[in-house]
Design a protein around this ligand. Structure first.
Ligand SMILES: Cc1cc2nc3c(=O)[nH]c(=O)nc-3n(C[C@H](O)[C@H](O)[C@H](O)COP(=O)(O)O)c2cc1C
Length: 208
């Protein structure tokens, strides 16, 4: 499958952490303008990226026993991201790259799978936070499932804050049909946990 290198994440530092937290709010009204690869790069890095090449295992989110059960997939709609074809991609954190899994624009089906949450259609891309629980339950038994959920929450909060920092909007979507989402993304062993549509807030004063 085709691999696409993401640009190095930028450390723009426009807002302090406290300013970012102060502005965090769910966004459900997107302007359909295309996002840039740099923005996607930052979002994915915040959600599951490696901190540096020297610290091979250190990610932007902690992981119980460093078992790393979380995977991020991206559904890109047509004209959703500059220089990126529509389709489904998997984030490869070790390489900070995308692996293309399909070239279908699944935006409408995604919205339907999320019980017709219409705003998903306008987002340039939607991030699926998914898990392979066995990586963690192998070591921790049933309690590992709780650890996976905790990690997913940490990843989603990082993505939320990174979006605010770049002036983008997002919301955690937990209401969806598991079976339909599994089928759309062809998830096999992975379990879908949350979906985060990413886009420009339609209201220019959204973060004012
Ligand atoms: C686990 C979880 C699931 C959620 N699912 C949805 C959802 O399916 N659709 C939606 O529009 N918002 C969803 N939300 C967003 C909440 O509605 C939102 O965070 C809440 O209303 C508080 O608003 P705020 O985030 O703007 O502070 C979810 C939030 C969480 C934490």
């Amino acid at each position: 499958m085709e691999k696409i290198q993401l640009p190095y994440r930028s450390l723009s530092n426009k807002l302090s952490l406290n300013e970012t937290l102060q502005k965090r709010v769910s966004c459900r009204n997107f302007d359909p303008r295309a996002l840039f690869m740099q923005q996607l790069s930052n979002i994915l890095w915040a959600g599951q990226g490696l901190i540096s090449k020297q610290h091979d295992m250190r990610h932007t989110v902690p992981s119980a026993g460093a078992t790393y059960p979380i995977e991020l997939l991206v559904a890109v709609r047509k004209d959703g991201i500059e220089e990126l074809d529509p389709g489904i991609y998997q984030y490869i954190s070790k390489e900070h790259a995308l692996k293309r899994l399909s070239n279908k624009d699944l935006n409408e089906q995604m919205s339907r799978a999320c019980f017709n949450q219409e705003f998903i259609r306008k987002a340039g891309a939607s991030i699926l936070i998914a898990s392979e629980d066995s990586r963690t339950t192998r070591r921790y038994g049933d309690r590992g499932e709780r650890y996976v959920d905790m990690e997913a929450g940490a990843a989603m909060q990082n993505i939320s804050l990174e979006a605010v920092e770049m002036g983008l909007g997002t919301v955690i979507v937990g209401a969806f049909d598991d079976g339909a989402v599994k089928e759309l993304f062809d998830l096999q062993e992975l379990k879908p946990l949350g979906i985060m549509p990413i886009g420009y807030p339609r209201d220019k004063a959204f973060y004012a």
